[in-house]
Design a protein around this ligand. Structure first.
Ligand SMILES: [Zn+2]
Length: 331
């Protein structure tokens, strides 16, 4: 039985497996520039964040209808359930779809249909987090937030993703102020390829409650001290870091050092179809590569639920934490 866990850093578009991409392409009459699923898998070799993003956006062309988004989310949830996920907070990128003529309503209703059945079908509770593309203008993010207003009953929070360098968090100050006014929870990618200063800015200017990635906080000891003191969760994605060359090999990933420093680290899959593993695979990989102790694995599982946005359902969080306490992590 896999470790019970929450997944807090997962882009639903990044769960598009080659097989589903081809199936949706056929259903929608879209031609993909790859001969078959093998040729597509070959293309999943990236040199950095940008080379991944180019393919990630290109493949989205197959997602057209609400049903496509339902199928995408349902496929993720089925895999996540097999990997021990009890709770998933799922990112989506409305601007990338809007730019292709797919309105946010289609995306949210499509994803929502899968999430509505997630508990019954897969035993997973869910939240939806709408991400803004940081390499697009702030005005576009604000327009997206405006367009999302009819669907806020389905959206728990906002996030910030895509190409980081040159797009500091402060660019989105007003958008996050408006999100806060609307009662939305706030997270942001920071310190993945961008500097430690972006992590600080995400906290101070955007008021985020979690940092997605945050790897480069390690370059600033006073920031690390603050993240420990304020118990700011970091949603780390070790397999993604290796694939996108943020670290050379998994054995050199600082996760273990981060846990030893007292950081509230969590382990997540980011874009599992592209990065070679879902979150259970990621747990296994870091356990082996970093020789994590049973207590460190338990801490990671506990952190995932403690860092989740389950404040509206504390009884559920307690149930999940009890499962972690009862789990045998080995000796
Ligand atoms: Zn991410």
């Amino acid at each position: 039985m896999p470790v019970p866990k929450a997944e807090l850093h997962l882009h639903i578009e990044g769960t598009l497996e080659p097989e589903l991409a081809f199936a949706l392409a056929e259903r929608n009459g879209v031609t993909l520039p790859y001969a078959d699923t093998e040729a597509l898998r070959e293309a999943y070799r990236f040199s950095d964040l940008q080379s991944f993003l180019d393919l990630y956006y290109a493949l989205m062309a197959v997602l057209r209808t609400a049903e496509d988004f339902t199928d995408l989310a349902d496929a993720y949830l089925a895999r996540a359930a097999e990997q021990g996920v009890r709770h998933a907070e799922i990112f989506f990128d409305p601007q990338a779809h809007r730019a292709r003529g797919v309105p946010i309503g289609v995306v949210v209703e499509g994803l929502g249909a899968a999430l509505d059945r997630a508990e019954e079908r897969h035993g997973i509770s869910t939240r939806l987090i709408m991400c803004f593309l940081r390499d697009e203008p702030a005005e576009s993010a604000m327009a997206t937030l405006e367009a999302a207003k009819p669907y806020l009953d389905r959206i728990t929070g906002v996030g910030l993703d895509s190409a980081e360098v040159g797009h500091p968090p402060a660019k989105f100050r007003e958008v996050y102020e408006e999100a806060a006014r609307l009662g939305l929870r706030r997270v942001a990618h920071a310190g993945e390829e961008g500097p430690a200063e972006y992590v600080r800015e995400a906290l101070d200017v955007l008021g985020v409650e979690r940092i997605d990635h945050g790897l480069r906080c390690l370059e600033d000891p006073s920031l690390v001290e603050r993240l420990v003191r304020e118990r700011v969760p970091l949603t780390l994605c070790p397999l993604s870091n290796v694939r996108l060359r943020a670290v050379d090999v998994l054995e050199e990933h600082p996760l273990r050092a981060m846990l030893e420093a007292g950081l509230v680290a969590t382990v997540n899959s980011d874009d599992p179809a592209y990065f070679g593993g879902y979150v259970g695979d990621t747990f296994d990989a870091v356990r082996d590569a970093l020789s994590l102790t049973p207590e460190q694995l338990r801490t990671l599982a506990r952190n995932s639920f403690l860092a989740s946005f389950l404040e509206d359902d504390e009884a559920r969080r307690e149930r999940y934490l009890a499962e972690v306490s009862a789990y045998d992590f080995g000796a």
